[in-house]
Write a protein that binds this ligand. Structure first.
Ligand SMILES: [Mg+2]
Length: 161
């Protein structure tokens, strides 16, 4: 498949925490890939994430994020982790409907004059339950279940070709 746009889920896909909306200030940086909030909640970015995002960007792939979190939390955590700038479009909503978020990404791109077909989009999420509606409403998007269809993020680089 020739992929032009890769859309990531965040919680449990990019990092090990299941809900970054819980994180509260002050947030401490433990190292490049680990943070801790003042109540001791910890988050670790998965090992290959940073390299993979970097390589996807290098290949000219458009990167999107579709996450069920409060937008201000998403922005804050991504900036603290130095991951914010990898994403061309970030859609963070306080509802779980990924197909709506993906269509928002799609519309943003169209506004910029970029047309992408469903077949040219890859959506990566640790929850397969989102995929039904994505296919139903948006067509033949390549949905990849993190940890099941692929075991680490580097595999994405082989799937996009
Ligand atoms: Mg998730």
């Amino acid at each position: 498949m020739k992929i032009k746009l890769v859309i990531f889920d965040a919680d449990k896909t990019l990092w090990d925490h299941y809900n970054i909306s819980e994180f509260q200030d002050p947030i401490k940086i433990i190292n490049e890939n680990e943070i801790e909030d003042y109540k001791g909640r910890k988050l670790k970015v998965f090992p290959e994430v940073r390299n993979t995002l970097h390589e996807l960007k290098d290949k000219g792939i458009i990167l999107g994020l579709a996450t069920w979190n409060f937008p201000d939390k998403t922005e804050k955590i991504l900036k603290i982790l130095n991951l914010y700038n990898y994403f061309d479009i970030i859609i963070s909503r306080d509802f779980p409907y990924k197909f709506i978020m993906i269509s928002e990404i799609y519309n943003e791109l169209r506004k910029k004059g970029i047309k992408v077909k469903p077949e040219e989009i890859m959506f990566i999420d640790d929850r397969r339950s989102h995929f039904g509606n994505v296919w139903l409403y948006l067509g033949n998007i390549n949905c990849i279940e993190m940890w099941k269809d692929i075991k680490n993020h580097k595999e994405i680089l082989f799937l996009i070709e």
